[in-house]
Ligand binder design. Structure first.
Ligand code: PLP
Length: 385
């Protein structure tokens, strides 16, 4: 059953991104699989310091060294003009972030990757529908990573690699290192979900949709005996202690019901994207703070909208105290500062002024809480003047 649903998810990516997808238990685990597959231990990989810490943990877990470079203040992503030549020459790969859905300068990065023979990894955890000059983000580099967490609020993600030959290698690795939920966990997740909604009709409809989807599909592929014997014996690697701190279940596959919900979301993707774009447009029309807009041509479906705001910290604080709404996806300090003492790389100690400025001044607003933010912004700005 799981295999058929994963195949359905993969078919979506094949249709929309031209690449088959491998389902992984989480985006962070997917980045670990990518690092283990595409890079050798000790490889240096260029990355923006404005990203999720879990990405860096995943790289370090694979003994891959992140080399932070400064960002472009109009997008929050790597500034391709500021990457030193010696860094490009000594690196093996480059990872884009597509922060908040704003695309990296991906075509330029692809050119650099081709000239310096770098593996280009597109981190699309924040991406649902973004492009540069008509090229869909997620189709430009050698491999792309998507997470289901940000837009679907569901566990898991996918890896989409250009080279299909790497698929089998990554799949075997995933089977070896992941845990699969047991039957009681599968049932408990379904029960929890529907208990919250208290709606037996919905449960019935959900089961019917799943039955319809599975009808006519081939019988679930049985894992080989060797896969079965390996799947519960996870080696105690260092990354378990790193990544388990961020989410103890980061290597546990979503349940069948959760995967099927992802599939339903993908079927509804156009409506979801339209809804997000509409909310973003309303926020953009109503909020008078200057929005940060990428200076290279792009279409961005924002996960949260980045505004430039001197009073950022006051607003975040007031939102939390008055409205009990936390502001998510703020990155402070930038990761070059966080990891400067952990990693013995001179580059990591470098001061990256644009990254620091971004952390000081950018307020990411979730349009879902638009009303509360707008009121709070007014209050704070009035109190300052
Ligand atoms: C840019 C970025 N990449 C990767 C990840 C990891 O995704 P997941 O939460 O599915 O592990 C995150 C998570 O916050 C992220 O922000």
């Amino acid at each position: 059953m799981r295999h058929n649903i994963c195949q359905g998810i993969s078919d979506y990516y094949l249709r929309n991104y031209g690449r088959e997808a491998l389902v992984v238990p989480s985006g962070r685990f997917g980045m670990y699989v990518i690092a283990m597959t595409f890079f050798h231990p000790g490889a240096r990989v260029i990355i923006s310091p404005i990203t999720c810490k879990t990405v860096i943990y995943a790289l370090l877990s694979a003994s891959v060294l992140p080399v932070f470079v400064d960002i472009d203040l109009s997008s929050g992503n790597i500034d391709v003009t500021k990457i030193p030549r010696d860094v490009l020459k000594s690196a093996t790969g480059i990872i884009t972030t597509n922060l908040y859905g704003t695309p990296d300068n991906a075509l330029k990065i692809k050119e650099l990757a081709d000239s310096y023979e770098l593996v280009m990894v597109e981190d699309c955890a924040h991406v649902i529908d973004s492009s540069v000059q008509g090229n869909k983000i997620g189709t430009i580099g050698d491999v792309a990573l998507f997470s289901f967490k940000k837009f679907f609020h569901l566990k898991g993600g996918v890896i989409c690699a250009r080279d299909v030959r790497l698929r089998d290698r990554m799949e075997a690795f995933i089977w070896k290192e992941c845990l699969f939920p047991q039957l009681h966990q599968e049932l408990k997740r379904v029960a929890d979900f529907f208990r919250k909604r208290n709606d037996v009709c919905k449960l019935y409809q959900f089961v019917q949709r799943m039955k319809t989807f599975l009808r006519g599909k081939e019988v679930e592929r049985k894992p080989a005996a060797s896969e079965l014997s390996r799947k519960y014996t996870i080696p105690q690697l260092a990354y378990h202690s790193f990544l388990a701190l961020t989410d103890p279940d980061y290597h546990v596959f979503p349940t069948v019901a959760e995967l099927f919900r992802v599939l339903l979301k993908l079927e509804d993707i156009l409506q979801i994207i339209n809804r997000i774009n509409q909310r973003n447009a309303t926020l953009l029309a109503k909020c008078h703070l200057p929005v940060v807009k990428s200076r290279y041509e792009s279409t961005a479906c924002y996960m949260v909208v980045p505004y430039f705001c001197e009073q950022k910290n006051k607003i975040i604080q007031k939102m939390l105290v008055d409205k009990k709404i936390p502001t998510w996806y703020t990155y402070d300090p930038p990761l070059n500062e966080v990891f400067a003492n952990t990693l013995n790389l001179p580059r990591l100690n470098a001061h990256l002024p644009a990254a620091r400025e971004w952390c000081d001044k950018i307020l990411p607003i979730n349009p879902f809480y638009m009303r509360e933010y707008l009121a709070t912004i007014n209050d704070v700005l009035e109190s300052v003047h």
